[in-house]
Ligand binder design. Sequence first.
Ligand code: PXP
Length: 257
Amino acid sequence: MNDNNKFTNFLRLGVNIDHVATIRNARGGEHPDPLRAAHMAAKAGADGITAHLREDRRHMTDGDIERLMGEIELPLNLEMAATDEMLKIALNHLPHAACIVPEKREERTTEGGLDAAGGHNHLTPIVREMGEKGIRVSLFIEADPRQLDAAVSLGAPVIELHTGAYCDAVGRAREVELKRIREAAAYGAELGLEIHAGHGLGFDSVGPIAEIPQLAELNIGHFLIGEAIFGGLDSSIKRMRSLMDKARAEVSGERSA
Ligand code: PXP
C-alpha cells in the first residue's frame, strides 16, 4: 500500500458552534450559550471546537472566544479572515489552531475557498507569525492543486478542503465534486499537508467524505445545530460521529479484506 493511501489513525470531528451564537444573537441575550454547547459537544464525542469570529461579529463575539479559550478543554480551532485585527486576536489568545477563511461582509456563509495562490503576499506574514507562536495554521481552500501548492509555499501545515459544492450537488455532479476532493486529498498528502474538510456536511453527505483515507478532521456546524432542534445536540453529534466511524470502518474493512 502506498503511504498516501494509509488511513490516518482517527478522523477527528470538530464541532462548529457558531450557530448557537446566531440563535442567541437573534434576541440579544445570553441564551443559548455557545459555551454550554461546547461542553455538551465534548461530552458527545467532539474532538475539537470550531468557532468563526467574523469581522461583523454576526455570531461569535470576542467575549465568546475569550470564554472558550479559558473554559473548554478541547482544542479550539479559530476560523478567521486574514486581517490585522484577526491576527492580533489570534496572537493574543493563542488557540490550538487557526483556519484562515475568505470573508465577505455580504455573504451568508463562507461561500468559496481562500485564494491562497492569488493572495500569497498578504498571507505569508500571517501564516508565519501564527506558526511561530505555535498555532496550527490551516487554509480553507477549494480542491484545486494550485491552491494546495500555494499552501505549501506559504508554509501552512494544514489545509481544509471546502466541501460546500459537493454537498450542494446532486447525482452525477456530486460524484464529480467528490472525485475532485478525493484527488486533492491524495495530492495534499503527497505534499506532506495534513488534510481537513468541511462545510455543508450533513448525515446524508458525510459518509463518502469520511471514507477519504487522507482526511484527519472534519469540521461540521450548521447541520448539527439545526438537527439539534429536533433530536438534541448530544444525539446529533453522536449520530454524526457514528456515521463517520462507520464509513471509515467499512472502507478499512474493504482494504484489509
Ligand atoms: N469549515 C470552515 C472553514 C467553515 O468556514 C465552516 C463554516 O463556518 C465550516 C467548516 C462548517 O460549515 P457548516 O456550518 O456548513 O457545517
